[in-house]
Design a protein around this ligand. Structure first.
Ligand SMILES: [Zn+2]
Length: 260
């Protein structure tokens, strides 16, 4: 390689170090994925043993089913986030570049979850907890400089995601001030569905704005590219893919344990 090319490459790598990393919208099931895959592999091996009792086998099938549901959830979340980025690339990019008040990148971890596993009883929820670092840093179960968003798997899943993106886009750069506002506006409120939408809540206003933007962009997308696959159809397809992947591994015991 000529010397000037080596120098250019070196410059390129230096620039990569200098440019601050962008925040990322991430799949909230990511941390669990490799655990689930490894566990299924290990359980499959165990199931080949001939000295297992029926009870042990049943226990392993149940465990496999739980791990498969993580893989299903991960892949469904991937598909829905892809659809979001296709329909609303601008909203997606804005959130992908999210920073807090001090200019630090903040990652957004998104999960699409079945209604019955939602702890908050809300169809869409964003989680911002106080961080020990400082009052402007956002903390969630994924660590410092992160936000967690949970959305129910339903027909309106992407509308709900756009709505939560609006809350997030406002709250992260205004975290300390919003926390004060939140305590004053919602302290003692026992109806969680109203939180985020009092009259003066700017995050609620942005949430509605993002949802309207998303609906407009979805209409344009349909006009240009045709009908979109429904969430229930995507879920069915993902379920089929996961089933095929594990059946292709020649594992009939997994197939029999596998239902959603
Ligand atoms: Zn809201």
């Amino acid at each position: 390689m000529p010397v000037y090319m080596k120098n250019m490459l070196l410059l390129f790598y230096c620039l990569l170090w200098l440019i601050p990393a962008h925040a990322r919208i991430r799949n909230g099931f990511n941390p669990e994925l490799s655990v689930a895959r490894n566990a299924i592999q290990a359980l499959n091996k165990e199931l080949l043993r001939s000295d297992l009792s029926d009870r042990e086998r049943r226990r392993m099938h149940t465990a496999i089913k739980q791990h498969l549901s993580v893989i299903f959830s991960y892949q469904l979340t991937e598909e829905l986030m892809n659809q979001m980025s296709l329909i609303s690339p601008h909203i997606y990019t804005e959130l992908n570049e999210l920073k807090d008040r001090r200019g630090r990148t903040t990652d957004i971890y998104v999960r699409f979850i079945p209604q019955e596993t939602s702890s908050e009883g809300l169809s869409g929820a964003s989680f911002f907890r106080p961080s020990e670092i400082d009052e402007d840093a956002s903390y969630s179960r994924y660590g410092n400089f992160t936000v967690a968003i949970d959305i129910w798997i339903c027909d309106a899943a992407l509308n709900l995601l756009a709505h939560e993106f609006g809350h997030t886009q406002y709250i992260v750069p205004n975290l300390a001030a919003y926390r004060k506002f939140y305590r004053a506006a919602y302290g003692g409120l026992i109806v969680p569905g109203r939180i985020g939408h009092s009259g003066g809540d700017q995050s609620g206003k942005l949430a509605y704005k993002y949802c309207h933007r998303f609906l407009r962009e979805r209409r344009d997308f349909r006009a240009n590219f045709g009908e979109l696959q429904k969430v229930v159809e995507i879920a069915r397809q993902v379920r089929r893919n996961v089933r095929e992947e594990f059946e292709d591994g020649g594992n009939t015991s997994v197939a029999s344990a596998y239902e959603y």
